[in-house]
Design a protein around this ligand. Structure first.
Ligand SMILES: [Zn+2]
Length: 105
């Protein structure tokens, strides 16, 4: 799903923005732990408190083990997160609240 993130805040925290960013939150298929992912740049963010900790997620190149469950070959879950799950999760503070419409889901 499309959720609006505060790209100014992300950049300020050390994130990598290109202006065409498509941020989303994905979860680990093994443990459902949340990760921030920029679909435009294939940047996978590992640490909500340090956005400089990010890795390329492209076919043939595995990111480090899941920080939540330690799975060395973890995959993105097919399950889509809803906005409430994202908002209450570790990356929720990076959402642009002004663009969230809680009446839709
Ligand atoms: Zn995991």
């Amino acid at each position: 799903m499309n959720v609006a993130f505060d790209e100014y805040l992300i950049a300020e925290q050390g994130g990598n923005c290109c202006g065409q960013d498509r941020f989303t939150v994905i979860s680990c298929a093994s443990c459902q732990g949340h990760y921030l992912f920029n679909e435009e740049l294939n940047d996978l963010y590992y640490d909500p408190r340090d956005l400089r900790r990010r890795f390329f997620k492209i076919p043939g190149m595995n990111p480090p083990p899941c920080t939540y469950c330690g799975d060395i070959d973890w995959q993105f879950s097919d399950q889509q997160l809803n906005i409430v799950a994202i908002k209450t999760g570790p990356w929720g503070w990076l959402l642009d609240d002004s663009e969230i419409d809680f009446t839709r889901d």
